[in-house]
Design a protein around this ligand. Structure first.
Ligand SMILES: [Fe+2]
Length: 258
């Protein structure tokens, strides 16, 4: 499996604290079936600033360490970029990085809102032949309250990445059900670990794909895994037009009303 979002690099953000923990995380990733992962340290989220030059150096050093320990994991440099107005200019000037130098850029929203500049940034990225991937929209308060707001961003060309632990219920029932509904609605193009450690936020990609297989079938798993492959190969993803599936209670209520 390929994991497009993780915080495995030691000491850069709130992910792996040191090399020992990073190696433990790498072993856990391999044991759950991951062979390639993109390291995406936080950038510009108010706590962490990690330039792409620094991340590339860290990835190189960490890959050498993995090879020394015979851990069969390939690590690719990426960045989880909090949305801010100068994002596009800084991407063009080389301060920011896409995922593995591909067309795909991992964007993080603040947890409580969608900044007004988001729609413009999505459109500008698409116009510059890049593809924004919205990281864990199912954990954004404004999207939880109005999932149609994600639909609008996807309509503009953004893709969306659900976190494995959201599907497993680690963030509560509401987020778990919303995540599944996003998958059913064509509003989830990737499942990724967003792993920060080996415990509560560990790699659980195999279990999350197990949920997708049980609820949506093997075809959905294959499609999501193919999309992750497209990112590391820098190949275009053909996404179906999303159609928001209303919650079951809403459908029953509407039928009763009619
Ligand atoms: Fe993350």
């Amino acid at each position: 499996m390929i994991d497009i979002h993780s915080h495995i690099l030691p000491g850069l953000d709130d992910g792996a604290y040191d090399l020992d923990e990073a190696l433990l995380m790498a072993r856990q990733a391999v044991s759950c079936g991951i062979h390639t992962l993109i390291a995406t340290p936080h950038h510009m989220n108010g706590r962490f600033y990690n330039s792409c030059v620094q991340i590339v150096q860290y990835v190189k050093t960490f890959q050498d360490q993995l090879d020394d320990y015979n851990i069969p994991l390939r690590v690719i440099a990426g960045q989880e970029i909090r949305i801010y107005p100068q994002l596009l200019e800084e991407l063009s000037s080389g301060v920011l990085s896409s995922l593995g130098n591909s067309r795909y850029v991992l964007l993080e929203l603040p947890p409580d809102r969608i900044p007004t500049v988001t729609e413009k940034i999505v459109k500008d990225l698409i116009q510059s032949n890049r593809v924004p991937i919205i990281a864990h929209p199912e954990r954004n308060r404004e999207i939880i309250e109005s999932p149609e707001k994600l639909l609008k961003l996807v309509d503009h060309g953004a893709l969306s990445q659900i976190t494995a632990h959201s599907l497993l219920g680690s963030y509560g029932k509401t987020i778990m059900q919303l995540s599944l509904r996003m998958c059913r609605s064509g509003l989830a193009h990737f499942i990724a670990s967003d792993a920060h450690d080996t415990a509560k936020s560990g790699f659980a990609l195999d279990k999350a794909y197990g949920v997708i297989q049980a609820k949506l079938g093997e075809g959905a798993v294959r499609s999501l895994q193919h999309n992750a492959w497209c990112v590391i190969q820098d190949v275009a993803i053909t996404a179906e037009h999303p159609v928001w599936v209303k919650p079951k209670w809403f459908r029953v209520w509407k039928a009763y009303k009619i």
